[in-house]
Design a protein around this ligand. Sequence first.
Ligand SMILES: Cc1cc2nc3c(=O)[nH]c(=O)nc-3n(C[C@H](O)[C@H](O)[C@H](O)COP(=O)(O)OP(=O)(O)OC[C@H]3O[C@@H](n4cnc5c(N)ncnc54)[C@H](O)[C@@H]3O)c2cc1C
Ligand code: FES
Length: 563
Amino acid sequence: MLQMQHATLQVEHATLQVERAMLQMPRVIRQTEDAVRQRRIGTTQKREGHMSSDEKQLSGPDLAQGIPLADLPDGGQLVGHSGGAAVLVVRRGEEVFAIGTGCTHYGGPLAEGIVVGDTVRCPWHHACFSLRTGEAVRAPALNPVAAYKVERDGDRITIRDKAEPPPRQQAEGPDPVVIAGAGGAGNCVAEILRREGFEGRIVLLAPEKEPPYDRPNLSKDYLAGNAPEDWIPLHPREFYDERRIELRQAQATGIDPQAKTVALSDGTSLGYGALVLATGAEPIRLPIPGADLPHVHLLRSLADSRALIEAAKKAKRAVVVGASFIGLEAAASLRAREVEVTVVAPDERPLAKVLGPELGDFVRSLHEEHGVVFRLGTKPKAIRETEVELESGETVAADLVVLGVGVRPRVALAEQAGLEVDNGVLVNEFLETSAPGIYAAGDIARWPDPRSGQRLRIEHWVVAERQGQTVARNLLGRKERFDAVPFFWSQHYDVTISYVGHAAKWDSIEIAGSIPDRDATITYREGGRIAAVATIFRDRESLQAELAMERGDEAELARIVAK
Ligand SMILES: Cc1cc2nc3c(=O)[nH]c(=O)nc-3n(C[C@H](O)[C@H](O)[C@H](O)COP(=O)(O)OP(=O)(O)OC[C@H]3O[C@@H](n4cnc5c(N)ncnc54)[C@H](O)[C@@H]3O)c2cc1C
Ligand code: FES
């Protein structure tokens, strides 16, 4: 942990001056600067500790020498350094906070995020840190940034020493907590339980032999060969050992809600005080001839990604079936490995069902610029060893096939236990299923979303992690409603699309800025109301839109997206 913090502190980003100057630049120059910077440091893939040396240069005032408080107006912030580490200083009224500048998720520049109360939100994937303690209070960041003591002497402030982490309270909860599924959601249940002071037994069940890992990276830099394997675990195994979180390599095969026991694939069973179902989703294998040939790959697990990497080393031509996020990200990563790629999908445009035609065309053009060939409006009819036959009658040569045709929530356990299931495990606003003491989170959970008034089941990493965090607190009796605004990001080469809210359908799409110029806010309205907002290189707008959605401030939301 200390090592991670230390590494994080070496992450250096924009100074206030640079930020101010950037704000005054024409947007297109800022966007180019952003693109260059993001490319240089690996955009969303860089973990702390892997920054290039120029990223480690310090700038701004030496805070250990002190600065006049007047340099920091109320509501203002600046970046300086202390003890060789970059520090973000934020003033709120009479309070001054100081924390590290680099997000512990992938190193995003916190100084370019937004401050909300006594927290700061990361511009890249919307993690949230306490300015008081440095704690990562909302996923996807899991580890804290350093917090510093702010000393005041008259009209000067000095920042020299790190603050001690806050003392942990003890928290009572049902014992043991058994978590079926060690993915994004399950991991967060376990680690937040411990962080909140739960001392009882925690068992995290999963068939994988690896500790919980960063699933989104499996189709991105890891697959492309730009992220080493040691970036993939969410934490080292010792993290779990130190916190007495038992990682048990076994599947839950049955639940007896009356007896409060879970049967395991190794033939044993476990009693539980509370049970969390976080079994994620299962990739779909197409029911066509050849879909089970050895060169046909799915992409869900680390083992899948490893197998695909091995296959890509020998492959010359790949067919990716499905123009979904995973299919397209896999296509981009295979291009990075110099494999020729044809994407085959029944849709007219990639991603249009989720992002609309304009963004769909843009994403298509990005991939075409990188040499990806599309065969749209058709499906594969049969897969053979060296080719894929399409329903259109065409055949496409392929010695590697990736199926990215969607997933199904793994709800078998819940169904067998008699829980209410309807396109996912039904949960209430506290994420508890129809059986008291059994919770569900992540890709399998269908919850009542307060903003849309609908039940949603969303297959996104940040949603899964935040649900896991909420479940943990509810296990400790907090009665916290899950009301986080859904957020996801998707990466296509050097372009990241951020998306807040949820629009399963829409009546209209409005575009502010320019999608081809990579500087745009895309607003999806349903019944006149803003249901979701996608952005390209407008990270602050994405954060502001998320905040306005959280606050139910529709007027502010309309103002943000109109810019
Ligand atoms: C390649 C890839 C890239 C992605 N990229 C993005 C992205 O860029 N942005 C984004 O927002 N989302 C992305 N996603 C989606 C995101 O990863 C999922 O929404 C998220 O992982 C869901 O978390 P979860 O905990 O519900 O399930 P998972 O993370 O899938 O974890 C489920 C766990 O349950 C285990 N399990 C299953 N059955 C049992 C059982 N019976 N007993 C015990 N354990 C069991 C599984 O083995 C696994 O460990 C991506 C997904 C993939 C596969
Ligand atoms: S880099 Fe900060 S949330 Fe991802």
